[in-house]
Design a binder for this molecule. Structure first.
Ligand code: COI
Length: 381
């Protein structure tokens, strides 16, 4: 095994011209691949550790036709963003969380995984070498895609003999075009208990193309998956939250739901540090990790207080919610306009003054350096 990478190594390749932007129209970014200059690549054999990787020009890779990824879907991916702040700094959002999630996923998929340090180093090198593709403030973000795959040949159904970790990046704008009108999916399932729904396996994604295509053919934007007992799970690429009075509800991540990092951040913003929302502004309460919601309630009983609850949500509760919003790295926080369940369309509040809007502002404020990061979530490049 090669030496493990400790901390951040200065990249050997720099963006073409420091401080200069790539020559594209930054006003029309959507969520599609815009190839950038470099990718980071690292290999290892089964039962070995990843060793030092390298930056290489972004492009095609050679893959064995008999590789574990192509034949049996032995692969995981991650997604995270880098934002440019108004004063020109570049901030990554919680990259260690992605690294740790990949390690958990790799155990489930019987794969070798990079260490947290190696993962974060790869992400930093990828962003640094593609700096000119990080959009100007307010125009979008750089989406970074770490990919772990069984690249060695297999024929019998078994873990591959080699693993490849690649990190590439693309500038992106909004994931969803227009408002979100969801339909509750009653025929297809995204995940089953004991399956891989709780990890970011590549195989979780192609299976949702058909339900999405059927929903789009009926005029909806996306689907909301349920479990077999008709409890709410998640939207195809995002977690989901309901707002009912002063409660924010989201299903617990008990194996069939992806433990989203944006989901976790929203819970932590609201729950741990005790931010509360009033109709006009944010109040930050006592900032101690031991602060609990009930304590906050006493302190602030006269103000509007939000409490996050992770609990099973029967589909019927969609009718009682005032607001619904989706969270994910690609989407950020996005308020839902309507959900249709068994031919009944339920409309939700969106826009100015809503909880979803305020959480969006809070999250993007921290991510883009507009709001001071008291959580220690951002990592400067
Ligand atoms: C992300 O938000 O990073 C996702 O996983 C969605 C992606 C499949 C576009």
């Amino acid at each position: 095994a090669g030496a493990e990478v400790e901390g951040y190594n200065e990249p050997s390749v720099n963006s073409h011209v420091n401080g200069e932007y790539a020559k594209i129209n930054w006003d029309v970014l959507g969520f599609g691949l815009i190839p950038t200059d470099y990718m980071y690549i690292m290999n290892c054999s089964k039962d070995q550790h990843f060793s030092q990787g390298t930056l290489t020009p972004f492009g095609k890779i050679e893959v064995n036709p008999s590789s574990g990824i192509l034949n049996y879907g032995q692969g995981l991916f991650e997604g995270l963003k880098a934002h440019r702040t108004a004063n020109g700094r570049i901030l990554l959002f919680r990259p260690e969380e992605n690294a740790m999630r990949m390690k958990v996923g790799a155990k489930r998929m019987c794969m070798q995984a990079p260490t947290v340090e190696q993962f974060v180093n790869a992400v930093k090198q990828t962003v640094h070498s593609n700096k000119r593709w990080v959009p100007p403030p307010g125009k979008g973000a750089m989406y970074i895609r770490p990919l772990l795959m069984g690249s060695g040949p297999v024929l019998g159904v078994a873990p591959a003999s080699e693993y490849t970790f690649i990190t590439y990046a693309s500038p992106v704008g909004n994931y969803h075009k227009g408002v979100l009108n969801l339909i509750v999916e009653e025929k297809f399932r995204r995940a089953i208990p004991g399956g891989t729904g709780g990890v970011k396996a590549v195989t979780n994604y192609a299976i949702i193309y058909k339900p999405i295509a059927e929903a789009k053919a009926k005029g909806f934007t996306d689907v909301l998956f349920l479990n077999a007992e008709k409890y709410i799970e998640e939207v195809s690429t995002t977690n989901i939250f309901l707002v009912k009075g002063n409660e924010i509800l989201t299903p617990p991540t008990s194996g069939t739901i992806l433990p989203g990092i944006t989901r976790k951040s929203i819970i932590e913003i609201t729950h741990v540090l005790g931010y509360q929302i009033t109709s006009t502004r944010w109040y930050e309460l006592e900032q101690t990790t031991s602060t609990r919601c009930y304590e906050l309630e006493e302190i602030t009983s006269t103000r509007y207080l939000l409490i996050v609850k992770e609990r099973a949500i029967p589909v019927g509760e969609l009718f009682d919610a005032e607001e619904v919003f989706c969270t994910g790295t690609a989407v950020g926080v996005n308020s839902v306009n309507s959900i249709t369940y068994q031919d009944t369309r339920i409309a939700y509040k969106r826009g100015a003054g809503t909880v979803g809007q305020k959480l969006y502002e809070m999250l993007t404020g921290i991510q883009t350096g507009r709001i001071e990061d008291k959580m220690g979530w951002t990592v400067e490049l």
